[in-house]
Ligand binder design. Structure first.
Ligand code: FE2
Ligand code: FE2
Length: 286
């Protein structure tokens, strides 16, 4: 039987921050950005409508690849927590990693607010020796000898930047986890940031080329799932498929990806406004 995993990203829950501290911690920029741009284009309730639809299709697992919030405020993290509770009440198994907006201020980054607020709802420890909170890498065993590996590549940015960083310690941990995974298995890898060059110069994954080289070298990695660009895509690369689910909250073009796999193949289908727009298949052993 095929296993099905829905991949969504960039929900961007927003609550206006009224604290005067916002002028010191960069949140005023996030507020400004939301009020004058993002609000026009986003409807954060769409994740709930989508979840109802996925439930009817008997899809039981959801991966959220970051940017659950806009500026990682207490209220936004509370709404994220409530959303995760609702999805769990509906019966979904959830896999979640943070994006740059979830570590928006120096304080939220250093105090790991994202994890402390959500760790009761989400298993960030997985099935191997490393966990997402301390090591920025976690692995979960899925059916058909498939392993889901998540990377937290967030860094603290000034308020005008939105970069991630594939640092040397994370690279070491990632290699360590890859060694623990069955050499005959297949891997779905996910992080918030694309490893390739992003159109906005201040929103790259720093040292993304090193991550790309590792992915190309490990033929067990068949899918790389990310968000961040709000621009859905499925691209066939030499050894794997490169997939952006887009943003589930965009009013005009809410999108998500459905990953299905069995003993032989991975199939990925991109939906925009519930319409199939692209599909690709990759063999597990090539
Ligand atoms: Fe985003
Ligand atoms: Fe992002």
């Amino acid at each position: 039987m095929k296993f099905k995993l829905a991949h969504v990203s960039d929900i961007h829950f927003f609550h206006l921050c009224k604290s005067p501290l916002q002028f010191f911690n960069g949140r005023f920029y996030g507020n400004f950005n939301y009020l004058f741009s993002r609000r026009k284009h986003f409807d954060q309730n769409q994740i709930f409508a989508l979840a109802q639809g996925l439930k009817k299709e008997n899809i039981s697992s959801i991966l959220i690849s970051g940017d659950l919030t806009c500026t990682a405020t207490d209220k936004e993290l509370s709404t994220s927590k409530r959303m995760l509770e609702v999805l769990k009440e509906l019966g979904f198994t959830l896999y979640v990693l943070p994006g740059n907006h979830d570590v928006y201020t120096k304080r939220s980054f250093l105090k790991k607010d994202f994890y402390t607020r959500l760790e009761k709802q989400i298993d960030f420890t997985g099935d191997y020796s490393l966990n997402l909170i301390d090591h920025h890498v976690v692995g979960y065993k899925l059916p058909h000898n498939v392993h889901l590996v998540l990377l937290d590549l967030t860094k603290y940015n000034s308020f005008i930047d939105a970069n991630g960083h594939f640092t040397s310690p994370i690279e070491r941990n990632f290699k360590h986890l890859l060694r623990e995974i069955d050499p005959t298995g297949s891997i779905i890898l996910s992080a918030h940031f694309p490893y390739d060059t992003f159109k906005a110069p201040k929103a790259h994954l720093i040292d993304g080329d090193r991550l790309e080289a590792l992915i190309k070298n490990d033929h067990r990695i068949k899918l790389y799932l990310h968000g961040h660009r709000h621009a859905p895509r499925i691209e066939t690369r030499e050894t794997h498929l490169l997939i952006d689910s887009g943003s589930v909250s965009l009013k005009e073009s809410s999108s998500y990806n459905l990953i299905e796999f069995d003993e032989e193949h991975f199939e990925t289908t991109l939906y925009t406004n519930d319409r199939k727009v692209k599909n690709a298949v990759v063999r597990k052993r090539s």
